[in-house]
Design a protein around this ligand. Sequence first.
Ligand SMILES: [Zn+2]
Length: 569
Amino acid sequence: MAVALLTLSLVVAERASGSTYRRAVEEGVVAALTPERDLLLEAQPHRGEGMLGFALRFCGERAAMERISKANGDTTRLLVGVSYRIPFSSLRPEWQLRVVRALFGRDYTAASGWYHEIGGRSTYGTESLWHVAEWFTGRGDNYRAIRLENGLPEDELTPGQAVLIPARLLRPALRAALPPDSAYYIEYEEDEEGEYAVYGLKPGEALYSSVVVRFTGRVFADDVNALAGVIASRSGIDRVTAIPIGYKVKIPFELLEPEFLPANHPRRREYEAGLEASSRYRNSVTARRLSGVTVILDSGHGGSDVGASVGDVWESVYVYDVMVRVMELLEAETAAVVKPTMRDGPIHLVADTDVLPASRQHTVLTSPRYLVEDSTVGLHLRWYLANSFMRQARKMAGDSEKVVFLSIHADSLHPSLRGGMAYIPGARYGKDSYGREGLVYASRREVREEPRVTFSGEDLLKSEGLSRELAESLIHAFDARGLAIHPDKPVREKIVREHSEWLPAVLRYNAVPSKVLLEICNLSNSKDLELIQTRAFRQNVAEAIVDGIIAYYGAAGGPESLWVSTSAR
Ligand SMILES: [Zn+2]
């Protein structure tokens, strides 16, 4: 028991004392940190300012009126001279930054991210790494990534210690405070051609990876090359391989990913509102050794659809091997029920060679089975099968949160990119109802059980929230095992290619709430291509996947499960 307590102890000292810590931001506006370790703004209305004006001033949107009212005992009328609470997550980005600045006066920023000084009793009270993650990244479960980044031993966090929150993880509102030498420092300007962001290239950076991939979200080689051309000509660059350091690269607004637009831009606001809505859904289920959990495992493509290929290396063959390794590990080390969607040959077998033999014999395990000849049929039958597994699991466990779906792929992106990346179902790319027709479908039991799948708006939001949590857990497990991860945005809500954005069908029509399509590496990158042709890499990936699923069911419950007071040790 003592050991179990120690591994959970992220806390500095004793629990916080009972009072709220307050710091003035400006006249009539105070930043507050509650005993529950929530950030707040407390503000007084101006004379003559109604609820709408107040909501717009601090939150920038009418919809915040309801949240402010709820946070203040359902009040609908504001009185001059009285302070009202505004939840941190509802604040406009600039107010979020001011709250954090006011409360944590000893913090500082650097190119690599935000340095936060751990509080002691003499400052604003004790905190856990979960709180730090929640305040600075918007997600408590990012504490694992922060711990890894700082090389923190599990039970040593001392008041006065500075902890780095990496730039990649920071809330966009706080990223805006990073200095000009940061990889995320951009300014906004406008000329006769329109509005654009300006980014100064740093030593060793290339237009492809440091501008196009980072700020436009494009990853496919054709897209990256095309946009590099557009951005180069917009910026007056003749040769993209000979750009001077510090050169001001111009990225037109329409090419920017929403999180890099100015804080009040409608597209950014819409994106952040979506993030906030989905982040209200968290996995609430814990399962020791994955007891009672069903893991549905899928490997991409297969049969005559080989997926991405470079020379003799077929995605379908290599990701199938990883899937079988994950199956084996789950069966040997956990109590999970494992449901594969695919099989190559009469049984599932881990290949004992580095380079794998070609195969076009993958079948989807519907009843009857389907030897993948038509890739579209193969794709749709998988989600029908997953949905059937889901119904069985729900009958047994009574709980759809005890099911996860994971589709394993390897992609073919711009060669400068390396490592793992996860796609999750962004709610806005979902669909309310869908079904396929035709004999090839109707002849399968799983399709006849439920020919059409339907989703409510809440289903889609919940799925985005849970899937993001699962994906981050998987990506973190990659990182912790020394496997490369995509440097800028390893978890993505959509695929972007040639000006369209969509979700892979295997996620879009899949009824399992927690679902991820995991790209384990980039076959177009020579290092990744070399690695995937080794058993050691594939086994390491499989182990990381199992770690990630176990972690997803391990640390639910938020900060409370991480608090351990010194007196209890
Ligand atoms: Zn694929």
